[in-house]
Design a protein around this ligand. Sequence first.
Ligand SMILES: CC(C)(COP(=O)(O)OP(=O)(O)OC[C@H]1O[C@@H](n2cnc3c(N)ncnc32)[C@H](O)[C@@H]1OP(=O)(O)O)[C@@H](O)C(=O)NCCC(=O)NCCS
Length: 208
Amino acid sequence: MTEGLLLVGASGLAREILAAGITGVVGFVDDNAELHGTDVAGIPVVGTVDDAVTRDEALLVCVGPSGVRRNVVRRLLKAGVPEARFATYVARSARIGRTSTVKAGSILLDGVVVTADTSIGRHVVAMPNCVITHDCILEDFTTLAAGAAIGGFARIHEAAYIGMNASVRQSVVIGTAATIGMGAVVLGDVPHDQTWAGVPARQLEVTP
Ligand SMILES: CC(C)(COP(=O)(O)OP(=O)(O)OC[C@H]1O[C@@H](n2cnc3c(N)ncnc32)[C@H](O)[C@@H]1OP(=O)(O)O)[C@@H](O)C(=O)NCCC(=O)NCCS
């Protein structure tokens, strides 16, 4: 692997990571052909996601929506990208308790606090000022938008999305690919694939 980092997805999340002070970024890859040959935040867009496969920089997948991020990572793995190529980004002002763990591919932005004995999976994104308290499990590809707070022993299953400033009560289980609306107060378990919002949170009927 050569020096340098490619950001996969010239997204708002990618620009947030640049603004947070990440170093070593040499380019973006993005499937939007209109971006090819242009600069985003002063960094060149050098090709498509597939072009990343044959290059050899480390990769950071900067795609905000959980399910889309999971698809991009699966596509890269299927094309032969080894897990070892995925970088992790933890902003300098984020704080990870010494008994907590963060797996490869994850992105923790400014002011994120992970307290004790919590496990953060692969390709998790926690936006600024999220607080993830003790003994939580955030499975792979979960996303916490800015200011989300997760109580102790909560489990967030794969690819779930927790909206801005939502609060999840201790010991609650959020199902796979569930969505929690911004500002929600989640008091009980949320089944997979459902969208819940409000105070207290209730299921929203979302039109497919
Ligand atoms: C919950 C959410 C996913 C629903 O989105 P949606 O399916 O497009 O829903 P709509 O905007 O059509 O709203 C549907 C209904 O839910 C209500 N609603 C939407 N979001 C809500 C929320 N966060 N809290 C309470 N009610 C909400 C709307 O008022 C509307 O009610 P009505 O049918 O009585 O008029 C979305 O509003 C949300 O909160 N997303 C998270 C946003 C976020 O955190 N972004 C971070 C970006 S970095």
